[in-house]
Write a protein that binds this ligand. Sequence first.
Ligand code: MOS
Length: 752
Amino acid sequence: MAQTINTAVTRTDARRKVTGAATYAADVMPAGMLHGALHCSAIAVGRVVSLDTRRAAAEPGVVAIYTHETLPDYQSVKGFYSGGPGSASFWPMEGTEIRYSGQPLAYVVAETAAAARRASDLIEVEYAEEPAIIHMDPEESFVIGATDDSPGMVTTKGDLQAGLDAAAKTVAMEFVTPFQHHNPMEMFSATAEWRGDRLTVWMPSQSVRTLRGGIAKAYGLPETSVRVISPFVGGAFGSKAGITPYAMLTIAAAKAVGAPVRLLVTRPQMYTVATFRPEAVQKFRLGADAEGRLTAFEHIEISQTSRFDNVVNPGTHITRAMYACPNIHTEQRLSPSDTNTGGFMRAPNEMQTFFGLESAMDVLAHDLGIDPVEMRRVNDTKTHPVEGVPFSSRSLMESYDAVSESFGWADRNTEIGSMTDGDWLVGYGCATATYPTNILASNARVRMQASGNAYVELAAHDVGTGTYTIMAQIAAARLGLPVKAVDVVMGEADLPVAPISGGSTTAASAGSAVHDACLRIGRQVAATVAAQSEGPLAGLDPASITLDDGVLRGPNGESQSLQEALAATPEGEVEMVGEFRHPALTDKLIRATFAGGYGTAGPVTPEFAMFAFGAEMVEVRIHRFTHEIRVPRLHGAFAAGTWLNRKTAHSQLMGGMIWGIGSALHEVTETDKPRARFLNANIAEYLVPVNADIREIRVEMLEEQDDYVNPLGVKGIGEIGIVGTAAAIANAIHHATGKRLTRLPLKMADLL
Ligand code: MOS
């Protein structure tokens, strides 16, 4: 690999970001732009009896107020869980029906954002309220059928009961994880401008092609008439993936008033007009022999869903891939409540399920008197326990060994409550982290000039993770250019197809298309110079010439830099479109991605199972009298194939681990269950870690080679960092106190 890969490269957009020059979607102000505001439902279930907008309309600056009766040409799209691009399948303001608290009921357009919000507060709604509830009812939960592309919702291997009967020790436990809501720094927004039947939408997005395709179809427009622009995204993590009602309302309002309209969703409204992490219950029954080898593995996950969508972000197909076991049963169940439809939130089910799995493994290890790390070692496997295929690479125990050394695991006194420091009880805990390697088709266009510049263009996204930088690094490495000579353009639907930035896929899938475009540039230039009468490569068989990090090489040591060879071509410039088509991608999956959908292959293919692995270790301190929980040290070691950028990768892993501390100790959307409301619906009352909560975080990045996942050998790291943290902290709390906490967030009150 060339020097620009696997090094620490500072973000190419760092200066633009810190100086405010990076333009986010809501920074644009088309001429004549008006401002939108939503009026949202105060009840959860029922209907609108009447909507009085007279006082609101009299407010100075108000241009229009739209309701279910008055908004012309408002279109909806099919929900994601019904196979469409929408965030949910129920569309508010199509009628009087109310199905969740905070559902949009009216849309105000005004000359200023302040006037629009003031007016929205003056709208008076008469409701017919019906009973509503948020509950998690395991008895009434149900399993939905698996679709062709989804992992099995019920999976059985061997004989679970026989495995439990044969066990030296068993555990049967339930773990609860709460609703969590997205609070990205960049708020949700949509800005729409119509010019005749041409529409431009600026919106922070994880999938500009999903947006463009869905919007074009909804309005019966050719995709060439719709532009979707999202050059920078200030945090997404799953919240900016689908087409939301507030976006379609803004598009409709802009059309109706005949002027561009921008809607900035308020912080409280962000809790109800978009997706979230649903509440979930994990039921585990595990059995192991006296040496710790699993004899039985049962995992039943019950996730909350809305009344109108069967949201399944399966977690059981990940947990059952972790450890060798002859007898396995998993089930994916749903329990509906009166909320909007949930969705993806960083490691959309690995976070919840691994809190359960890795806590239960710790219980079993403790009951058997086995070191928790050794418990994972005896159950490690190079073959997928259910599917029977080998892992393409699996560095779980290498991760444990690396983090054990960095953390000092050997210093742990195994006895509960034995480690103290003054009034603080000290505990050590560990947990496994993993994330599936999802594979999607991608294209990318690369243009190189003999002057030594290159341009990379693709409809991928930088959701704040450094995608601009790694795409430039990949092209720079292949073409033999400095990173700063590569200009990357992304975040527009008109660019070559790239997949949704979700499921930790962009670096691997879109990056592999950039890599391929560069190799094609090499072949194209080689063919031209090989056909010339003079030059170092003249007369060679072009097929014998390879591009080796910016140098074209012939079979007998002939060589010429790509840049020099390009200068010898008549054009002095070459442009190629590269492709990434993994053998596991069926035509159907490729077509789905090109249609703006989520055409993902993996993590299990007919040949291999593809996962990144890691291990986390944590030291907690519990105050003997106040029971205050502190996390002075959190170490993680991860192996995820090739590291493209050691600086941005480190930041993503560290960020995931910090979010893991938040998930473990702070983050929860409190609910008023009998009235189906989210209570602390404001970033001011929704706790996230602050600097004082985060002490030593250490990240070890292991070297791992995987030639199967993609030509770059990249597995994706956006989500793995959060996965093991909560269980590691809960396990450490048990070590310090002997108390086993099974509900997130872990609270002082539970230690009283
Ligand atoms: Mo991520 S939760 O896959 O957008």
